[in-house]
Design a protein around this ligand. Sequence first.
Ligand code: DC
Length: 218
Amino acid sequence: MIVAIDGPAGAGKSTIAKIIAEKLRFLYIDTGAMYRALTLKVIEQDIDIKDTQRIVEIAADLSIDLINNPDGSLKVFLDGRDVSRQIREPRITKFVSDIAKLKGVRDIMLKLQRGFGERGNCVLDGRDIGTIVFPDAKNKFYLDAHFKERVKRRHKELNVSGEDVSAQDVESDLQNRDSIDSTREIAPLKKAEDAIYIDTTNISIEEVVNKVLKEIKP
Ligand code: DC
């Protein structure tokens, strides 16, 4: 069974998806982490962000493992190396949307993500899970929140992980990513028609989790 959770950055997707996966004993797949891991490799290899062909070659050769730890945390391995922390750094966030919009990259990620989904019961979060990756999933959710609230959450998250970024920078990054993610040609961020919309601006994590759990159909 697949539970698809889509929405913009800072809407609470990964927090909620992780808890839901833990409660249901499903695998949690953070598809954004996959695009981030690719972006890290592109940056580390000093590849020009405009060199689409080379980026797609790198994507085709990528080994990504997502490991769910018993404490609920997710470890991301790129070519066997733990990159869970690096992929959240602002230098990655800055370029990830430009890499994620490439058709060749998305074709490869689509196959990988469907492959993960075929391993068994899964909660996947991302931008196009309910629309493109698993359009036939019975359980689809679209989480959203007001822009200022999403900026506040992302800023707090980055501060907690020790990144020294200003609220202004977080705001312009989110604005930029929202715009690229929702206007790109391939698989733009969009609510699937049959997804349940949840505005998380003024409700607690627990309330969102309960709303999602209540709607899940076997
Ligand atoms: O959820 P996140 O911030 O970690 O995602 C990073 C980027 O990856 C996001 O800006 C857009 C892209 N992404 C995507 O295009 N499709 C997905 N299913 C997940 C993420």
